[in-house]
Ligand binder design. Structure first.
Ligand SMILES: NC(=O)c1ccc[n+]([C@@H]2O[C@H](COP(=O)([O-])OP(=O)(O)OC[C@H]3O[C@@H](n4cnc5c(N)ncnc54)[C@H](OP(=O)(O)O)[C@@H]3O)[C@@H](O)[C@H]2O)c1
Length: 296
């Protein structure tokens, strides 16, 4: 890795994101840790420094469920050197939850935040003639085939449409936002084509010992989820970090853009994520919800 390489990682205070930040720091990058809580940022920084004593780390505080916070973060990073930008933060929130801005937090955190942050900074870097690799951590394309995005109800206003039992609905909503990740990657890559800025998606694998979905799990899902999180046969966060870090650093994927990877393999995602008309609808509605321009 070149000296002075700078990497920005969202959701760097736990699980896979922290492992991504640690691996990039160990490879010699200066890493900007994005988190929503100062105490959790400090704790993550201490854990990374304990593992990588010469790590060069910087904090950025932002609640990614708030459009205003994401916009302010993008403004603060606009003039920074950015070689790598990894959108990893995600949440499984209750369907009825709303942020102070009136948005459903799963939609806001998992899709609108990367849309606003990566679109703004990616286009800015491309306009400046810079090279950078953007990576969006998505989820399993196989598991997500059966949960297409409902373009008429991005914010899950109709909970019944998310199926039964109700305890599964937060996870169905989460799955839809992860399909939005793939749709966004393909659309942003088309816009950045011809520039030095690439963007790809990655499924980290099913990874134990992370915090994802713990708060929303109810009933059987809690028991099932618990066994998944602690199952010693499942790999840990370092394995989850492997494909995102590889996409961000490996010479063999330099210049590759608009693809989705599982275990370092280029895979096809469902037709409902690649369809150009569906992607345009998602792009335009996301622009409206985040206050960005709709220009094709
Ligand atoms: N674990 C798996 O099996 C699995 C499978 C498929 C895909 N993934 C994907 O992998 C990525 C990482 O998940 P994980 O399993 O490592 O989950 P995790 O342990 O819960 O980590 C999620 C990270 O996102 C941050 N975050 C959540 N809401 C935020 C907000 N409003 N503002 C700022 N940061 C916020 C969390 O911050 P706090 O520390 O403050 O909570 C945490 O650092 C996600 O994109 C997830 O969809 C995971």
């Amino acid at each position: 890795m070149d000296r002075g390489t700078t990497a920005v990682v969202t959701g760097a205070t736990n699980g896979i994101g922290e492992a991504i930040a640690r691996q990039l720091a160990a490879a010699g990058a200066e890493v900007v840790l994005v988190g929503r809580d100062p105490g959790r940022l400090r704790a993550a920084r201490e854990r990374i420094t304990a593992a990588v004593p010469d790590a060069v780390l910087r904090d950025e505080l932002a609640d990614l469920s708030l459009v205003a916070d994401v916009r302010a973060l993008a403004d603060r990073l606009r003039d920074s050197r950015i070689d790598i930008l990894i959108s990893n933060a995600a949440v499984v929130a209750d369907i009825a939850d709303r942020t102070a801005e009136g948005l459903q937090p799963t939609l806001a955190t998992n899709h609108l935040a990367p849309y606003l942050l990566l679109r703004t900074l990616g286009e800015n870097l491309a306009d400046a003639g810079r090279s950078a690799r953007l990576v969006v951590v998505g989820a399993s394309p196989t598991a997500l085939r059966s949960v297409p995005v409902d373009l008429d109800d991005l914010g899950f206003r109709n909970p019944r449409a998310l199926g039964f039992p109700p305890s599964f609905r937060p996870f169905v909503a989460y799955g839809r936002t992860k399909n939005m990740n793939a749709m966004f990657v393909y659309s942003l890559a088309e816009r950045l084509a011809g520039s030095g800025v690439t963007v790809n998606g990655a499924h980290p694998g099913i990874i134990r010992h992370t915090g994802l979905g713990r708060e929303s799990a109810r009933g059987l899902l809690r028991i099932f989820g618990w066994s998944q999180w602690v199952n010693p046969l499942l790999p840990g966060p370092d394995a989850g970090a492997d494909t995102p870090v590889w996409l961000a650093t490996a010479p063999e994927v330099e210049g590759v853009s608009g693809r989705f990877f599982v275990r370092r393999k280029d895979v096809a995602t469902a037709a409902h994520t690649t369809d150009p008309a569906r992607r345009t609808r998602l792009w335009d509605e996301s622009a409206r919800l985040t206050g960005l321009t709709v220009d094709h």
